[in-house]
Design a protein around this ligand. Structure first.
Ligand SMILES: Nc1ncnc2c1ncn2[C@@H]1O[C@H](COP(=O)(O)OP(=O)(O)OP(=O)(O)O)[C@@H](O)[C@H]1O
Length: 387
C-alpha cells in the first residue's frame, strides 16, 4: 500500500484512523451541577451500565463522563496556549436496536464525542465501552480488536484507489473471509447503485458519491456499533433517503446500536429513536422526539386565515378573549399566527369547539392548530445555549 500510495497519503490513512488507541484515562470525578432531570438520569444509567457484569443488560454504546480539553494553539510566541474544552462530562448510552442522534450547533462537541467513542481521540477523562469492541477507554481493558463501523466527518480515503479497491481493502481489514466479503460487497453495491462507479478512482468521484462510499465502508463488516458523523453531508435528497433507510434496516430487529451526529433536525426526526442535544460541550437534553417536543416546544401554534380584511381586528380580539395567554407571532394581511401555551389548549375538544365557533361567526377561510414540529423547535435548541 505504501509503495502504491506514497507516504503522504498513508499518514492520512483511514486504516490507521480506525485503529482504536486504547485506555489510559480515568473517569472524571467532577460533580455536575444544574443538569436537567433527563440528563442526570442518563448519566446514572451510563454509570450503572458500566458497572453491571451482565453482558445481556449492557447497552451497545456506553459513554460515561467524557471530558475533552484540547491544548489549543499559541497565537504568538509570547502568548500562552489557550485550552479549549470541547466536551464537559457527557454521559449517554445507546441501547440494542437503537439509533441515537447527537444534535447541536457548530462547535458543540459532537465530533469530539464520536471521535472519543471510536477510539481515535483520547479523552481527557471518562470511559467508553462498546459492544463487541470492549472497553475503548477506561479501567477494564481487554484485547478485543473489533472495529466499530465508523464514518468520520471528513472523507478520509485514498484518492488513487477505486471504489472497488476501497471495498476490498476495508473488507480485509475488518476480517471478512474472501467469500463473505464478495457477498457483502455485491449486496452493498446493489443497494447503493454503485455499479457504474466501481472502477472509478476516488479522486474522480463527485462529492455525494464520495460521502456515500464513506458510509458504505462504515457499514461493511456488520459491526454491532455504528458511529456516523454527519454521514449525509453533501448528498442529494435521494441519496439521503437511501442512507436513512439503510441505517434503519441495518439495525432493525438486531442487537446493534447507532450513534449519528447531525445538524439537521429533519434527519434526526426521520431516523433517530432518541435525540441528545449538545450545546457548548454539554448535554442539555436527551430523550425521544416527543420528549424533546414536550421539553422545548410546550406551545401550540394556531394559524388562522380570515376571508375579509375588515374582520381581522375582530378575530384578533376574539382569540385573545378565548385564549388569554395567546401570543401573536405573525400577521400578514389576513393571516394570523399565535402561540398558545399548553394550559390554554387543553382539553383539546373544548379548544376545537371554540375554534369552530370562531370559524362560523367570523367567516374564516381556514385555521389550524398544531403542536410544534421538531423543525419549529429548532431555533429554540440553539436558544438553549443562553440558558
Ligand atoms: N484538534 C482540536 N484542537 C483544538 N480544538 C479543537 C480540536 N478539535 C475540535 N476543537 C474545538 O472543540 C470544539 C468542539 O469541536 P467539535 O468538532 O467536536 O464540534 P462539532 O459539534 O462536531 O462541530 P461541527 O458540527 O462544526 O463539526 C470547537 O470549539 C472546536 O474548535
Amino acid at each position: 500500500m505504501e509503495t502504491k500510495c506514497g507516504k503522504k497519503i498513508m499518514r492520512k490513512d483511514p486504516v490507521f484512523r480506525i485503529s482504536p488507541q486504547r485506555r489510559g484515562s480515568r473517569p472524571n470525578p467532577e460533580e455536575t451541577v444544574d443538569e436537567d432531570e433527563d440528563v442526570k438520569a442518563e448519566r446514572q444509567r451510563a454509570a450503572t451500565a458500566l458497572s453491571t457484569s451482565h453482558a445481556d443488560e449492557k447497552p451497545v454504546i456506553i459513554a460515561s463522563c467524557l471530558h475533552k480539553v484540547y491544548a489549543g494553539q499559541k497565537k504568538s510566541c509570547f502568548s500562552k496556549k489557550k485550552k479549549k474544552i470541547a466536551t464537559k462530562n457527557i454521559s449517554f448510552c445507546v441501547k440494542k436496536g437503537e439509533i441515537l442522534g447527537l444534535l447541536g450547533p457548530n462547535g458543540a462537541g459532537k465530533s469530539s464525542s464520536i471521535r472519543m467513542i471510536s477510539g481515535i481521540t483520547k479523552p481527557t477523562a471518562g470511559e467508553v465501552e462498546l459492544k463487541g469492541c470492549g472497553s475503548v477507554w477506561g479501567h477494564q481493558g481487554d484485547n478485543t480488536v473489533n472495529f466499530p463501523g465508523y464514518c468520520p466527518q471528513e472523507n478520509v480515503l485514498w484518492p488513487i484507489l477505486t471504489v472497488r479497491e476501497h471495498l476490498e481493502v476495508f473488507a480485509a481489514i475488518k476480517g471478512l473471509r474472501k467469500e463473505d466479503a464478495t457477498i457483502a460487497i455485491s449486496r452493498l453495491v446493489d443497494t447503493f447503485k454503485l455499479h457504474k462507479q466501481l472502477n472509478v478512482r476516488v479522486q474522480k468521484l463527485p462529492e455525494g458519491a464520495t460521502r456515500k462510499l464513506c458510509f458504505v465502508l462504515s457499514i461493511l463488516g456488520n459491526s454491532p456499533v455504528l458511529l456516523l458523523d454527519e454521514p449525509s453531508t453533501g448528498m442529494d435528497p435521494a441519496g439521503q433517503q437511501q442512507m436513512w433507510q439503510m441505517i434503519q434496516a441495518s439495525i432493525k430487529n438486531t442487537e446493534k446500536g447507532v450513534l449519528l451526529t447531525t445538524h439537521y433536525l429533519a434527519e434526526a426526526e426521520a431516523v433517530c429513536d432518541r435525540i441528545a442535544i449538545m450545546v457548548s460541550g454539554r448535554l442539555r437534553c436527551i430523550g425521544s422526539i416527543q420528549h424533546l417536543k414536550n421539553k422545548l416546544g410546550k406551545d401550540y401554534i394556531l394559524e388562522l386565515r380570515v376571508k375579509e380584511a375588515s374582520q381581522v381586528t375582530w378575530v384578533h380580539a376574539e382569540i385573545l378573549k378565548l385564549f388569554p395567554q395567546a401570543a401573536q407571532q405573525e400577521r400578514y394581511s389576513t393571516f394570523l399566527v399565535y402561540k398558545l401555551p399548553l394550559a390554554d389548549v387543553y382539553p383539546l375538544s373544548q379548544t376545537f369547539r371554540k375554534l369552530e365557533a370562531v370559524k362560523h361567526n367570523f367567516n374564516l377561510e381556514e385555521y389550524s392548530l398544531s403542536q410544534c414540529t421538531l423543525e419549529k423547535v429548532g431555533p429554540l435548541l440553539w436558544f438553549v445555549s443562553f440558558l
